[in-house]
Design a protein around this ligand. Sequence first.
Ligand SMILES: [Zn+2]
Length: 492
Amino acid sequence: MSGRNEQSKSAIFDIDKEKNFPDWYGEICRVAELADIRYGVKGFTPFLPWSLMTMNNMFDILEEVLQRKDHLPMLFPTVIPESNLTKEAHHVAGFVPQVFWIQDTGEDGKLEERLALRPTSETAIYPMYALWVRSWRDLPLKRYQRCSVFRSEVKSTRPFLRGREFLWIESHNVFTTHDEVMAQVQEDLETTKEVVTDNFGIPAMVFRRTQWDKFPGGLNTYAADTRMPDGKVIQLPSTHDLGDNFARAFDIKFLNENNEVMYAWQTCYGPAISRIFGALISVHGDNKGLRLPFKIAPYQIVVIPIYKGKDAEMVKEYSRKIQKDLRKAGFRVYLDDTDNTPGWKYNFWEMKGVPIRVEIGPRDIKENKAVLFRRDSMKRETIGIKDLKKRVSALGKEIDTNLRAEAESKLVGFVVDADAIGAIEDALDKGKIARTSFCTTEMEGQPCADEIKERTGGEVRGTRIDADEQPAGVCPVCGKIATAVVYIARSY
Ligand SMILES: [Zn+2]
């Protein structure tokens, strides 16, 4: 890859991530060649091999879990006719302001009906579901697609974290009862934990969003949030209980076992992989650059031959053999046999976040040994070459466990109890998330949330569903008896 001919470019990355996160993020995207922001259309960014290879590994893990749980892949067109997009009134209000429209074509001129670039695909998929679902025997219908979606975000854009085109999976499911919907929501939350926390090492808190912050057109939204290095939170996957609202708007009906016509019940689930990638590099990275989990790193191992003069061919040959053996064992391995110095290569691949480095010199070869370096702790160890595969495999697991534990340790003390606006603001200023008793997460609570947002910059993220919490006292804004314990954070 880009180790070649770049001797002139410094490979040393050194930015204090916790103190200066925006600079850290912008620089790592540039020097690790994750994205190139010079494309020239606001919010649209080419993703480069190092990020795309990582995201593809993330997609593969997510798709494996979805398919294991009987969700099947499909792919819908990118365009949605305006008449479909505007069928569900709340959905329209939520998404139409963000839509990119196609109005005309090169040859025929103006289109009879405007076409939207999908901001999300409910209104593309559900008219077809209305044709496909006939009887209870067709249900449950569990499908997903891996695609990109388009939203003209008004907030400032940033590669991966907030773009106008982003990569995701959207899963759309149809059931005969609302109980099955709730079971699917639970399954989606378990999928989120398995994929995002167990595989990617990102800890998360799960919230039921407030009624004013739910998916437009749905009954309830459940979403996972994690902490970014600047103390703001970012939403990871969300899953939505759509009730039968969309079924009524799109006429998705089935005959039940008593031959009665019923409206179907639905969920949708949307893990945005490019956004999760942005969170992942932020959570795991350190002052020297990326630290990619072993499970998803494009190269899990980089082999660096170390030689002078006459040893060159022998060391390179031996290194090729090591690469071949490790590849045969199923690892993703890169051999950096470029002309750059070993020191330059160390810095470069450390910045790129490769989890394990194997260093091979003439003396190691003579002694049947190799030096292993692990990126997470920056520690070296020497091992016998016959133990290499076994040790690499164990080390990969250790690295992933350690990255997750480090990320979890950052959440200790993150939640601060606050029962007044001043205390909430104080907590947010310190990079914390505030927990407070609040009047209500129904629509009547929105003016209080707006006032909190105005005075502290924090958003009400909802109520925890992975913890049992009882409100006490009154709402810090309106003074009414509190009915919910909510979390307030500044967010992406
Ligand atoms: Zn209130």
